[in-house]
Design a protein around this ligand. Structure first.
Ligand code: MN
Length: 437
């Protein structure tokens, strides 16, 4: 079962030299999508594809009319202020545009001058959300995260009995999802210390990040219809980095019995580029369930899911404190893990989300849940890395952190690397915490 084609060929190079630089996030094998415009320009946002240190302006390319048919129609859809219409097109159309762009960017292409005239330096652009996110669902797919966090909230009963049967999730809020560069005020809310008689209201004292993979839905299913596990690739447009900001003290008091609410809906940040599902194909790998654990029910199980359900997306988190900014020190690395450790696959998330007939719509967004690996140092949140704030982290410059403080920025980076395959990157997801209002 091969998902690979000529666009993944590691030997492929571009006439654009910055795309061929070793360790570039955006070689010709990547071709991720974003919504952008030139910084300080009074012009509309529109679709773009990253190549090297440039963005291809897809509206400008569409206007040149060098492509017709399916690819021409795809470029028309990508010229809009959101990618929803493009994401609603069939996966075969996404593939056709990727193939056309790959050929046009390849060394020796006769379309070089047409594309060249549509390039804008990434350093000159600003981003918007890539699509209107209609609905957002956050999953909880790292068993390591679920177990460690469960111990803080329920020492006697960390992993609830449904965890190994159900890909657990909750419906989140879309309106407060922002794109990288987002600055937000520390949330306020109700908290109650375990030994206090009554709660108080005030600024959150335990502000945390969650290192997640974001999954954008393409296509869509009719209400009442389910998406079978082996059909999920037709509905997964692509992935990004996702910081699901969390107020741990608010969460601890409010989360029972209905789950996360105000602890989670004040801000969440996505990286600007959507790495397409097709670009990620070389980094898919076998997924399996420990033989001592319950095996997934039939609708969550397939040979294809076992063969290539997991994605080896490596994830890194850094903190940049005001002192680091002032003293021009690099951001300090907090942890590094991979999406391949996920207890549930993206195919299982899609199949489970629709098993009841829930209709997914192009532009819907799934969070993977915090991706913590098996090793304690691979944890995807400060709650885990500091033992709920008890063991402050040494940042290596004389500073320590228990939770995120005012003025701190959290930076996430992601990439895929494998021998014999061209490395691709996710770019960066940056967000800054301002003092409470
Ligand atoms: Mn989350």
């Amino acid at each position: 079962m091969s998902l690979l084609n000529q666009t993944h060929n590691p030997e492929l190079t571009s006439w654009l030299t910055s795309a061929n630089v070793e360790n570039s996030d955006f070689p010709i094998q990547n071709l991720p999508f974003a919504i952008f415009k030139r910084n300080n320009a009074s012009e509309s946002f529109r679709g773009g594809v990253a190549i090297g240190d440039q963005v291809i302006d897809l509206a400008a390319l569409s206007a040149k009319k060098v492509f017709d048919g399916v690819v021409g129609a795809a470029l028309t859809a990508c010229s809009q202020t959101t990618l929803n219409e493009y994401m609603a097109m069939p996966a075969s159309t996404w593939s056709a545009l990727r193939s056309a762009l790959s050929q046009a960017l390849s060394s020796g292409s006769s379309l070089q001058s047409d594309i060249e005239s549509c390039l804008i330096a990434q350093s000159d652009v600003v981003f918007d959300l890539p699509c209107r996110i209609g609905d957002y669902t956050d999953f909880y797919t790292s068993v390591y995260h679920a177990t460690t966090v469960g111990k803080f909230f329920r020492p006697d009963n960390p992993l609830l009995p449904n965890y190994k049967w159900v890909p657990i999730g909750y419906h989140g809020r879309s309106s407060s999802i922002g794109v990288s560069g987002q600055a937000f005020h520390r949330p306020k809310g109700q908290t109650k210390a375990p030994d206090a008689d009554a709660p108080t209201v005030g600024p959150c004292k335990r502000l945390d990040y969650e290192m997640e993979v974001g999954i954008y839905i393409g296509g869509g299913n009719e209400m009442g219809e389910s998406i079978a596990i082996d059909q999920s690739d037709e509905y997964i447009f692509g992935m990004c980095l996702f910081n699901d900001w969390s107020a741990r003290d608010i969460q601890g008091w409010e989360y029972q019995p209905l789950g996360p609410f105000l602890a989670k809906n004040f801000a969440s940040t996505v990286s600007p580029w959507i790495i397409t599902n097709e670009a990620l194909a070389p980094f898919r790998m076998a997924w399996s369930r420990d033989e001592n654990d319950p095996q997934p029910l039939e609708y969550l199980s397939s040979a294809r899911n076992s063969e290539l359900g997991a994605y080896d997306v490596q994830l890194e988190v850094f903190i940049e404190t005001p002192k680091m900014r002032d003293e021009k020190q690099p951001a300090a690395k907090l942890s590094h893990s991979s999406f391949r450790h996920s207890y549930w696959t993206t195919a299982q998330m899609v199949a489970h989300h629709t098993v009841n007939g829930c209709n997914l719509v192009a532009g819907d967004f799934l969070g993977s849940g915090t991706q913590s690996g098996p090793d304690a140092a691979e944890a995807g949140s400060l709650l885990e890395l500091t033992g709920a704030g008890k063991n402050r982290l040494d940042l290596g410059n004389g500073e320590t952190r228990g939770f995120v403080e005012d003025g701190d920025a959290i930076v996430m980076r992601g990439f895929c690397e494998k021998s014999g395959v061209k490395r691709i990157g996710f770019g960066e997801c940056y967000s800054l915490v301002l003092p409470a209002k």
